[in-house]
Design a protein around this ligand. Structure first.
Ligand SMILES: Cc1cc2nc3c(=O)[nH]c(=O)nc-3n(C[C@H](O)[C@H](O)[C@H](O)COP(=O)(O)OP(=O)(O)OC[C@H]3O[C@@H](n4cnc5c(N)ncnc54)[C@H](O)[C@@H]3O)c2cc1C
Length: 470
């Protein structure tokens, strides 16, 4: 029987993996991973994500080997080397078909098209599967046949049209007869410009992801709506790194919700259905990347916002990066990001808005900084989130909606515990004073005064947006 080659990328799991299931149904399987560190660095990924990725590959290798599926490992510098490297493997190992799951950002789509073209050869083909999201981009469109540029109608259409087939879990391959092919040893990560965070913070692999999901649904899912905005509470799933690298699938998440929620995704427990909505947001931004590919070239979704005159302010940017803005909630969040590779969603919105509105610094600088530190860094969600905050994107926050960081702080970290945790220098202040410490309480405390005045900065941003012509 001819062999099947599965090319793993951001789908590092053996359960519920469309490409792997399809390959295993056809014949003996070999898997391959192409490590593309220079290319991923060009895409802005930093040590945290690269390390998590490497650990994920190690975990999937163990799982594949348990099925007698060998994992080959190749290093390439750039995606344009992928077609040749894959063809060479296909020829060497007598492969009939290459199988992979689609990725939707622009460079990845170009890479995959080039691979598919290269595989149009006698006796050898390549097949891509829509696996990472429920609807293939282009299959969920507005009445006019356009991609959705607004979330709410997208979400309504998603819930209306979703089918049991789309949600059905793909078969896990059976153990196959051993092949006379050894897995490659996995190389160490090369020296990067910074060290990754402690790997124990984010254990990699599908077992860790499944445990996280089970714990979330058991203990926190039903409280999600009430607790998801409170950064000091562990109220969200913390599954984003696992979803970003496919150590768990959206189908596994949705099936688990349905079994907790009487088979429903949109009705039933409000905590669980609110959580489903976040998974739909994830899917929405992946459709946006395909429907509006300019966003993948770091262009604003809202064309007229190209006119915005962003401020050149390296000092302000540095203060934001290092958590020294004098706005405790912003600074605490930035320190959480740098220390853990993750930031709470509410605070991603607050810090992104602070950079793009209060400091009027180009959102792309913030997007890149997030990408460099996030262990869950994923182009579509990160770009979507940043463009939302900067009022340049789909569903953009209207430009005049500018979060007051201090109000956000008193609302979502009422007792200042999150601030005290990440800014221990403020922990001895009375809880209420931690949100906007009065200068007289800071005489012996090494904490800066606010680098901008909220009111004045807000007005500056409003003026900048008002001056744009549509
Ligand atoms: C400026 C900014 C940048 C962001 N960058 C990223 C990023 O690089 N990678 C990333 O996965 N998410 C990003 N998000 C979305 C969101 O903040 C994270 O997905 C979420 O905080 C992850 O925590 P969680 O897994 O506990 O989420 P939960 O609240 O448990 O949500 C479940 C899952 O839904 C998805 N999700 C939730 N919210 C969103 C959203 N707004 N957009 C898209 N998907 C969502 C994630 O996959 C998440 O794991 C960003 C948001 C903003 C505002």
């Amino acid at each position: 029987m001819k062999r099947q080659l599965v090319w793993l990328r951001s789908d590092l799991r053996i359960d519920d993996n469309s490409a792997l299931a399809a390959a295993a149904a056809k014949g003996p399987v070999i898997a391959v991973f192409l490590r593309s560190i220079p290319q991923w660095q060009e895409h802005g990924h930093g040590a945290n994500k690269l390390d998590f990725w490497a650990r994920g590959v190690a975990a999937v290798k163990t799982a594949l080997n348990g099925l007698n599926i060998p994992l080959l490992h190749r290093d390439i510098d750039h995606y344009n080397q992928a077609p040749d490297v894959l063809l060479e493997i296909a020829r060497e190992y007598d492969v009939e078909q290459l199988h992979f799951n689609h990725e939707y950002a622009l460079n990845e789509r170009h890479r995959d098209q080039a691979v598919q073209d290269a595989f149009k050869q006698p006796g050898i083909t390549a097949h891509g599967y829509h696996d990472a999201i429920a609807f293939a981009p282009g299959s969920l469109l507005t009445g006019k046949g356009d991609y959705y540029g607004v979330f709410t109608p997208f979400s309504k259409a998603w819930h209306k049209q979703i089918t049991a087939d789309q949600l059905a879990l793909r078969a896990t391959p059976q153990v196959q007869a051993a092949l006379d092919i050894q897995s490659d040893p996995l190389p160490e990560l090369p020296k990067l410009d910074s060290s990754p965070i402690d790997g124990q913070l984010w254990p990699a692999g599908e077992n860790a992801a499944a445990d996280n999901l089970a714990r979330f649904l058991r203990f926190r899912g039903r409280h999600y709506k009430d607790q998801r905005d409170l950064p000091k509470v562990r109220g969200t799933s913390e599954l984003s790194p696992y979803l970003a690298l496919g150590m768990i699938s959206h189908r596994q998440c949705l099936q688990a919700v349905m079994s907790e929620n009487g088979g429903h995704l949109a009705d039933g427990d409000i905590g669980l259905t609110t959580w489903v909505n976040e998974l739909v947001w994830r899917e929405f931004y992946q459709h946006v990347a395909v429907g509006f590919p300019e966003v993948c070239r770091y262009q604003p979704f809202q064309e007229h916002t190209k006119q915005l005159q962003w401020r050149d302010d390296d000092e302000g940017f540095q203060a934001w990066c290092e958590g020294r803005t004098g706005y405790p909630i912003v600074d605490a969040a930035m320190r959480q990001l740098v220390a853990t590779g993750w930031m709470h969603n509410r605070l991603r919105m607050v810090t992104a808005m602070f950079l793009s509105k209060h400091l009027l610094i180009d959102w792309r600088r913030g997007e890149a900084f997030f990408m460099r530190h996030l262990v869950d860094g994923e182009f579509c969600a990160n770009n979507g989130g940043w463009q939302w905050a900067a009022s340049t994107g789909t569903d953009a926050a209207p430009y005049f909606r500018i979060f007051n960081p201090t109000t956000q702080s008193t609302r979502f970290d009422a007792d200042g515990e999150f601030i005290a945790h990440w800014l221990p220098e403020l922990a001895d202040l009375p809880a209420k004073a931690r949100h906007a410490p009065p200068q007289d309480l800071l005489t012996d405390v090494p904490y800066p005064a606010p680098i901008v005045d909220h009111k004045a900065a807000r007005q500056r941003a409003l003026d900048a947006f008002k001056s744009l012509t549509k």
